[in-house]
Unconditional design. Sequence first.
Length: 138
Amino acid sequence: MAWQYEKGEHRHKHNWSNDFAGFLITPSGIVGKCPNNITLEQATQLLNEGIPFFNRRKPVLDCGEQGEFPHAIYAVYQGVAYRAVPTLGCCSYHAFPEIEFPPTIEAQLLARARQQSLAEEKALKKWLKQWRQKAKTG
């Protein structure tokens, strides 16, 4: 099944004017911010090559003939981890940078980055460490 990517132009939470991914640290938590230069084609490709996650603690997202819909899809791009979540049931996803994952996902993201290159894996590790530290200190 090919997933559709919804860029979320009507959403402002994950948008900013920078051409790199990052986070905005607020009193209520951190908000992932997407680079402003990623194209719809790139986002769609990353989504469809991503790692699907089915949360067995939540109800199954049953899409009839399309089968079970992942609760999230994880991907790595330019040393940054992203989590995509469903937007329109059984139809599309929207993604944003992420630093916290289900236990099995981080190892899979690092392996995916390593498949791309050792530099990509190193960049992802550095990025996660940097932003996790900033999130702790606020």
